[in-house]
Design a protein around this ligand. Sequence first.
Ligand code: SF4
Length: 350
Amino acid sequence: MEKFGIYIHWPFCLSKCPYCDFFSLPAASWDEKTLESAYIRDLKRIPIRTVTSLFFGGGTPSLMSPRLVHRLITVIRDNFPVASEMEISLEANPDAIDKLKMEAFHAAGINRLSLGIQALNQKDLKFLGRRHTLETALQRIEEMKSVFYNFSFDLIYARPGQTLQAWQNELEEALSFNPPHLSLYQLTIEEETPFARKNIDLPDDEIARSLYEWTLERMEKADCPFYEVSNFARSGFECRHNLLYWEGDDYAGIGPAAHGRLGLIATENPKNLSSWLKGETITTLLSPFERQEEKLIMGLRLKKGISDKGLSPINIQKAIKKGWLKQEKGRIFATREGFMMLNQLILELA
Ligand code: SF4
């Protein structure tokens, strides 16, 4: 079946984390009915296709009421054909959910929860500007595990001063929960974030590389290997919705700042709540070359890479000579070396 997903962006967070460059707003009060009408208006603009995945991202969508989540899922089920095993994910923060709310989201139709843990030590939770304590983080993972069969949590590593031993201890603790999926990101400093204005001393390339290499090996041993540069899953638990982006499939984005791709049509909602509420959106027609380039950049994040059909050969051949890419059986994929320097590799191919 052709895959098609819907992404719903919830813009509010309880506070802004200093490393984050996602569109988010402080969680003041919001008028749920106004937001609900705007989301439904956006949903009704989407061309009718069979929906294979739905993703509530943000922001902190666990601040949404289970009633609103249920309402949006119902509108989708009433207006679109949906795949029998539609994956419905929701991102949550430990301080913006508890077990009762997890159960309410589950009853509303959420079948995959992803928890933003980020660190399993108190000092680094504070450094990352996270509001939850280590104790809450551990409790929420247990609770999530008791409510959801399909779940994931995120950790950020390669933090200032973090040694290989410290990261090993932390990842071992994460693995003790036997998670079916983990997202493990290296800390990067994004422009225009509070971290970019500070002098953050990240581990040097050699340390970052040893952390990543050990992570790949340890996760492989745990039977939860990487399938995307920062995402690890037991077989069958790969996030189907995120795979849409990396595999170049179509998706609709609703809510402020959400993006969509429908064939060659790119949609982009404003990063501004009131403009989005008024219904503004930007639609651009991409050239087949631009879309192909996007697919290459996204596809190389995947362990299995992408089909080599229709790819412009010049830069790819250069990257193959450098040992960063491999071409085999009609596919192009990054080598271990290529994954270590994926950002540079992508820049060279662009
Ligand atoms: S909670 Fe998530 S989306 Fe919100 S500011 Fe922090 S990292 Fe960004």
